[in-house]
Design a protein around this ligand. Structure first.
Ligand code: HEC
Length: 276
């Protein structure tokens, strides 16, 4: 694996475009510019398709699967969860503006009172707890995952709109950015090595997706029935470089999701989707 990776990615220095002093908006523009240079024929909104944006055959296959997604029953189950009242009679929709519509597009958010990043999973759990229910485990596909698959779908088509306001929020963003660019694991690879410098390169049977658009379409159904959330995917990617992963929902992964989500601002949300 290591040898394979080295031949693909080399040990090249990381992007000079993203300097430590640039703010989130400069970072985002630099990221878009970078991919525009690398893939001049890919339209901005197509980055939500991940690696599929770079492979017309795979995209055509995906399109035909998405006509009748094999996981619709799971989403229906999530809808039932979303609509079933808590014991106190209230519903999830009562916890969010607009009944939850287009809300996921604004997550992660920085919560100044809590002093930390709140991902959409946290907001759903906060809603449960405020209504006398127990929080779900963040990485439990059968509860949180299914609920997310419907709840995030309420933001389909909305443009991702994540904000970084104030010094504490900026510190969390910077921490996420650091994780993205830090080499990790026995293989000594950063997220950026694979998903920026080597985006579009084939690693074994998989085409590496660009980081731009990484956060818009979760959960995904891998192979059609394996529900995977973004936080769980982070763990998988850390495992793949033989880095001891954090737990999904850790501060580190929340900050990483905050950074990656900010990079994807302006892209249309779409949950859930098929992935290989
Ligand atoms: C050794 C290369 C490698 C490294 C390093 C790596 N990944 Fe991945 N990642 C992959 C592969 C392979 C896939 C599956 C193909 C794809 O969609 O890119 C993937 C998929 C993903 C996806 C899903 C994309 C989608 O739309 O389905 C996300 C998000 C992601 N990685 C984020 C990260 C983050 C964040 C890091 C750093 C913590 C990271 N990856 C580190 C190889 C890597």
């Amino acid at each position: 694996m290591k040898k394979l990776l080295l031949t693909l990615v080399g040990a090249g220095a990381l992007l000079g475009a993203m300097t430590a002093t640039a703010g989130p908006e400069e970072d985002r523009k630099a990221m878009i510019q970078y991919f525009k240079g690398k893939f001049p024929n890919v339209k901005f909104e197509d980055y939500v398709h991940g690696a599929l944006a770079l492979d017309a055959d795979a995209k055509a296959q995906y399109d035909s699967i998405m006509e009748f997604p094999p996981y619709v029953e799971v989403i229906d189950k999530g809808k039932k969860m979303w609509e079933t009242p808590f014991k106190n009679g209230k519903k999830y929709a009562d916890c969010f503006p607009n009944g939850g519509k287009n809300v996921a597009a604004m997550y992660p958010m920085f919560d100044d009172k809590k002093g930390q990043v709140v991902i959409f999973e946290d907001a759903l759990n906060d809603c449960r707890v405020a209504n006398g229910e127990e929080a779900y485990k963040i990485d439990d596909a059968k509860t949180m995952g299914i609920l997310l698959s419907y709840a995030r779908g309420l933001s389909d088509g909305a443009k991702a709109n994540v904000k970084v306001n104030g010094p504490a929020a900026l510190a969390a963003y910077e921490d996420g950015k650091k994780t993205f660019y830090a080499r990790a694991g026995q293989l000594n690879f950063s997220c950026a090595n694979c998903h920026q410098l080597s985006a579009g390169v084939r690693l074994r049977s998989e085409l590496l997706s660009p980081a731009l658009g990484h956060t818009t379409h979760w959960p995904v159904f891998r192979g059609g029935d394996n529900l995977v959330t973004l936080q769980v995917r982070y763990k998988g990617c850390h495992n793949s470089v033989r880095h001891v992963p954090d737990a999904p929902g850790s501060t580190r992964y929340k900050n990483l999701e905050y950074f990656e989500s900010y990079m994807s601002n302006g892209l249309p949300m779409q949950a859930s989707v098929f992935r290989k």
